[in-house]
Design a protein around this ligand. Sequence first.
Ligand code: PMP
Length: 358
Amino acid sequence: MSKFLSSRFDGLEAYVPGEQPQDQQYVKLNTNESPFPPSPAVLAAINADEVSRLNLYPDPEGKALKRKLADFYGVAPENIYLANGSDELLNFFFMAFCDKDRPVAFPAVSYGFYPVYASLYGVPATAVPLREGFRLEPKDYRGIGKNIVIANPNAPTGRTISVSEIEEIVRTNPNNAVLIDEAYIDFGGDSCLELIHKYDNLVVGQTFSKFRSLAGGRLGYGIGSPGMIADLELMRYSTNSYNISRLTMAAAISTLDSHEYYANNSRTVQANRAYTVEELGKLGFETLPSKANFIFTHCKAVDGGTVYRKLKEKGVLVRHWDKPEIADWCRVTIGSRAQMDVFLDKVREILKEAGQDA
Ligand code: PMP
């Protein structure tokens, strides 16, 4: 840290992203990417023609992509905000709606970026404890009188709450901004998108990074009332008006034309999830019910940190956090059936090495 860093960042601890080894030698089940490439139509859309126009800036309004998303979700373009990954949506949500007099609440076990943004903007944050089994209790947010950020499905647990439970949270906090982070909604969960027509305090965040195999393209979006979307646009135009690249916009438009390809991939991921949970169960692992493209799992025989380290030694990357309440657990992205078979084989080896019958 240099002596020039502003004192307003004293104590700021940055988010630590999952490992991204560049040598491809791991079975990579640590950052919830899709195991499938973008659709053939997307590969075709990023062609020499498109590349030859990179001397020109992209459309700062993202009109073509907004129109496409609006038609896809049955909303108006004015309901849509385009972000450089949903992380950027989160950034601008905190920047626009939270401050020291407008504090924020989010689950104590959730996406690690929420407390970082709160800290970045000096926003008092309440980490609401989860209940038994990492269950989020909607009543804990009823009329809480703070801005709220909830991931549904939650990460890293994979657990969901229902649309009516979300509605209760949004309805009972009419003077507060609520962000429902649906990064993982397309793996069997129910989106609360319909609520944006009824409530002006809700933004629903989604991403192309998971279900739509475009993590490297960096595209997220928020859907909400025109007023809140205009506020987010104010943040964007005051930060970086060209936040989505030309190539990403072209890829995203083709992505939306290939919905069946991605829906089919999601069905495969869901089948692989059920298979992995069942096989882990046979090995003595307890796994939380997940509607995401990852599972949160642990076993009594070997602690979470050891499972993570040994898997890494054996060429399989999963995610583990050294936080007391979740140190026993690992989050495992659901990949292809072949990847999950390698993972399960390595888990069997680890149990054997620990003297457990597998
Ligand atoms: N929300 C949650 C809950 C996530 O797990 C992630 C992925 N790490 C994101 C948002 C951000 O994803 P992206 O910026 O790739 O859209």
